[in-house]
Write a protein that binds this ligand. Sequence first.
Ligand code: AMP
Length: 283
Amino acid sequence: MKIITSIIEMQSLTSSLKREGKRVAFVPTMGFLHEGHASLLREGRKRGDVLVLSIFVNPIQFGRNEDLDRYPRDMERDCRIAAECGVDIVFSPEAADMYPPGFQTGVTVREISLPLCGASRPGHFDGVATVVTKLFNIVQPDLALFGRKDYQQLAVIRRMVSDLNLPVEIVGMPIVREADGLAMSSRNAYLSEEQRRSALCLHRSITAVRGLFTNGERSAEMLQRTVREIIGQEPSVLIEYIEFRDGATLEEQEVVDNATLLALAVKTGQTRLIDNSVLGEEL
Ligand code: AMP
């Protein structure tokens, strides 16, 4: 497994691999890898001749009061997991090289970036769209894999790739959960034992809503009330949003159907957690 920090070196390596006709699969991450990342890597391994993992904690997607400085990092462990998943190249650039003095260009995906996490984290998806565009230009992947854990992010990237005719296939992958239902996230490392336990209200809410939906409930307002009650039982968990939106356009829905996305965001202590489920979809 090769570890590359130089942008030029990465770009010329994939250029020559592609000239040889190799299919490049790419998994962009911020590191501190877990089984969610590993599932993307394993699928990428199957689909590509060359598997590239990027590890880059992207400063421009963090708000001023967010957790950029304390975001968990462990390069050694990440490389071990990457090797186990069959990664060929780990690309881990320096922030100063990605955003040198004078950098002033950004990619904005408009409407679909505005609600949900876009509303609570202004500028976040501009940072995501910009770094993903840069990474695509450096790594030149034929396909890139993203988790549905960050559902809106995946929707923003799909929109961007389509709108800008980027020559890359986007693959969305299912949410990987802990045995008790908590969606895996690098940020789970922040949680105390008590917060970790209370965070299960997210999965409990999703299970309850899916159950009510299966029994015929279609009112977003009713379902939202159910979620509010379940999360309300955990006084240490603050609701950021509970929303029902069209799974493709992210437009708000009052009447849910089997393509409706339930999207949740909460805060426990300083830690922000998100989760989601598409109602008509099998788990
Ligand atoms: P991150 O390192 O958190 O920026 O995530 C990198 C990629 O891994 C993104 O495409 C995420 O959606 C994906 N990912 C993170 N957590 C999970 C999970 N629990 N299940 C599936 N994919 C995930």
